[in-house]
Design a binder for this molecule. Structure first.
Ligand code: 4NP
Length: 175
């Protein structure tokens, strides 16, 4: 019989986040960074940071590497929300990696749908406003030229509140 001792990690292993969300828009500088920042804040407020991983990405590569648009960041800052994102392209692997792939509008949704390789991947894709209780249309409007950043912030907030309630119920998370 071996007398070697089982190896015990010196540090406790951090608990794994058990749900992951990727918000997706076109440029990944306005809507999805806003949803990401809002959700980070909502999740922190409910003590769920260890349980939920949050990211965002864009279906277009125009702004890769850029921080959130200054107008989105200002609208969010006014409501006490920080937008930490750096724009990146949404890739096919994201449909495998994330549990929830949440599109901002039906064009982003269709783009992601075309990238899906299985029914399981397709079932991960949703529209942010489908979780909102505000009853508005299903697309988050693109603010890049419309300059309606405060409105977009509130739309993202409503959708994220509904999405978080859905996730907490569905996954039996605390709170
Ligand atoms: P987003 O907004 O998809 O919410 O990040 C846009 C940002 C940039 C452009 C379009 C939409 N663009 O055409 O450069």
């Amino acid at each position: 019989m071996s007398d070697s001792k089982p190896s015990i990690p010196a540090q406790p292993i951090a608990p794994r986040a058990n749900v992951s969300i990727c918000f997706v828009c076109l440029g990944n500088i306005c809507r999805s960074p806003t949803a990401e920042g809002v959700m980070l804040q909502l999740v922190a407020d409910r003590g769920l940071t260890e349980h939920i991983r949050i990211d965002s990405a864009g279906t277009g590569a125009y702004h890769v590497g850029e921080p959130a648009d200054a107008r989105s960041a200002a609208a969010a800052k006014q409501k006490g929300v920080h937008l930490p994102s750096r724009a990146r392209l949404f890739v096919a692997d994201d449909l495998e990696t994330f549990d929830y792939v949440v599109a901002m509008d039906s064009k982003n949704f269709a783009h992601i749908e075309r990238m899906a390789r299985s029914r399981a991947q397709l079932e991960k894709v949703s529209l942010l406003r489908s979780f909102s209780v505000d009853g508005g249309p299903l697309d988050v409007p693109d603010p890049y030229y419309a300059d309606n950043f405060d409105e977009v912030f509130e739309i993202c907030r409503s959708g994220c509140e509904g999405l978080l309630d859905h996730i907490v119920r569905r996954h039996g998370l605390p709170g």
